[in-house]
Write a protein that binds this ligand. Structure first.
Ligand code: DX5
Ligand code: ZN
Length: 225
């Protein structure tokens, strides 16, 4: 049985000491570093851009999982890839030509993901599912860390995993927002296999231990290779 993945979100780290956050991440059991790019237009907050991805690339060899919460993402995909992104996810709600954007990401050599806001039905991905490496199910409204998990997410995850299984698709399902020990097991059981964790890791007294606990969850998942 393959293990689920844990992706700490840098947004919750102490920005006055990023090298120490990265050292903790590198020494931990964490799999991916989740990087939240916000433009103040698609979401009501601004974070960082490709310079930060470039800096993180210099500090870790682990996978950089870049979550673009920006309008017109197609304009910037090349730049994020050049900065070192391994996975690039764009929002369904930000793309008029989603199929084209997905293939633009793949043409750079990066893995392609699509993120869905809490109100966006997973069924809308039906015609692009085969092309995706990752679906990001937002379990909060994007824009800020530390928000409350929306419980309806569990049904959405189960429905999406069902859709994938029916078609023999093995893409990752990543859950983003309000994830911690209190809901991780239910999410894995529903069919998720990547847990983004911002506050529950970086605001914990011992972040490495928080990662270890999330990694250590056993679930009788039968969904993945
Ligand atoms: C929210 C971001 C999340 C955020 C998660 O818009 O996409 O990745 O960092 O943070 P927590 O785990 O604190 O909800
Ligand atoms: Zn995110």
């Amino acid at each position: 049985m393959s293990k689920h993945l844990v992706a700490p979100s840098l947004l919750a780290a102490d920005f006055t000491n990023l090298p120490s956050a990265l050292q903790m991440f590198n020494e931990s059991q964490a799999d991916w570093l989740h990087l939240d790019v916000m433009d103040g237009k698609f979401v009501p907050n601004i974070t960082f851009g490709m310079l930060m991805i470039d800096a993180m690339r210099k500090m870790t060899e682990k996978t950089l999982d870049v979550h673009l919460m920006i309008e017109e993402p197609s304009k910037y995909i090349r730049a994020f890839r050049d900065a070192g992104a391994d996975i690039i996810s764009v929002h369904y709600e930000a793309c008029d030509h989603l199929h084209r954007v997905i293939h633009q990401i793949k043409a750079t050599g990066a893995k392609a993901g699509v993120a869905l806001n809490p109100h966006t039905s997973v069924e809308l991905l039906e015609d692009v599912l085969e092309d995706l490496d990752l679906v990001v199910i937002m379990s909060v409204n994007p824009g800020f860390g530390g928000q409350k998990f929306i419980y309806r997410t569990l049904n959405r995850v189960a429905k999406l995993r069902q859709m994938m299984m029916e078609r023999n698709i093995n893409a990752h399902i990543e859950i983003d927002g309000g994830v911690g020990l209190q809901n991780a097991e239910s999410l894995l059981k529903a069919g998720a296999d990547v847990l983004v964790a911002g506050s529950s890791v970086f605001k914990a007294p011992d972040p490495q231990k928080a990662i270890e606990q999330l990694k250590g969850i056993e679930s009788d998942r039968k969904y993945f290779i």
